[in-house]
Design a protein around this ligand. Structure first.
Ligand SMILES: NC(=O)c1ccc[n+]([C@@H]2O[C@H](COP(=O)([O-])OP(=O)(O)OC[C@H]3O[C@@H](n4cnc5c(N)ncnc54)[C@H](O)[C@@H]3O)[C@@H](O)[C@H]2O)c1
Length: 169
């Protein structure tokens, strides 16, 4: 009989949830210190923002990043259950790749509701098999569920959340 090995391993899960007011105030460093303990000299970030949130807060976000001399790329995504697709995920992956994100030092920042967080979450979980990210939820579902949970999911065919990952970080 051929030899058989049983392999067991445990993956520790460790991430922080912070309740922060005025996240885009220029004197609040949280947005740039979150998501990584490894700091590079030059701050670089890909920021993916829900289109409606970008209409409301785009200037504040840009002012914040400019004030802190961040080299950034902003992607504004139109979000709905119809656009929560693999195409949207690959669009984010493409942007992350073009910006040449360093996966441990340059967490992707996702700002939006559950749909945006699901799209970006799946993208960062796939990109180089795990890239750090910071979630800024902007809806109630985002605050209580998608922004703090450990799963990502997008729609496929006629099915909701048919493709996804367990991504507890
Ligand atoms: N991954 C998870 O753990 C998890 C958990 C729960 C829900 N979800 C997913 O979350 C999705 C639902 O999320 P949702 O309810 O946040 O909906 P949503 O992300 O579709 O947002 C609803 C609408 O609000 C807009 N919006 C977002 N923030 C806004 C703001 N601050 N001001 C004005 N408009 C704003 C968006 O553009 C959108 O049109 C579902 O697809 C669900 O599957 C995921």
């Amino acid at each position: 009989m051929a030899p058989i090995w049983n392999v067991n391993s445990v993956l520790p899960v460790n991430y922080q949830v912070k309740m922060i007011d005025n996240i885009f105030s220029i004197d609040n460093p949280t947005l740039l210190t979150g998501g990584t303990q490894e700091c590079s000299n030059i701050l670089r970030r890909v920021v993916v923002v829900d289109e409606k949130v970008y209409q409301l807060y785009g200037k504040k976000i840009r002012d914040y990043l400019n004030f802190h001399s961040v080299n950034y790329k902003i992607i504004s995504l139109s979000t709905s259950e119809l656009t929560k697709t693999i195409d949207a995920v690959l669009h984010v992956v493409q942007a992350i790749d073009e910006f040449e994100v360093t996966r441990r030092q340059e967490p992707v920042i996702a700002i939006g509701g559950g749909v945006l967080l699901d799209i970006v979450g799946l993208a960062v979980s796939l990109y180089r098999r795990s890239t750090r990210w910071v979630r800024i939820p902007t809806t109630l579902i985002g605050l209580v569920d998608a922004g703090v949970g450990a799963k990502t999911g997008i729609n496929f065919g006629h099915h909701k959340n048919r493709i996804g990952t367990y991504f507890p970080c």
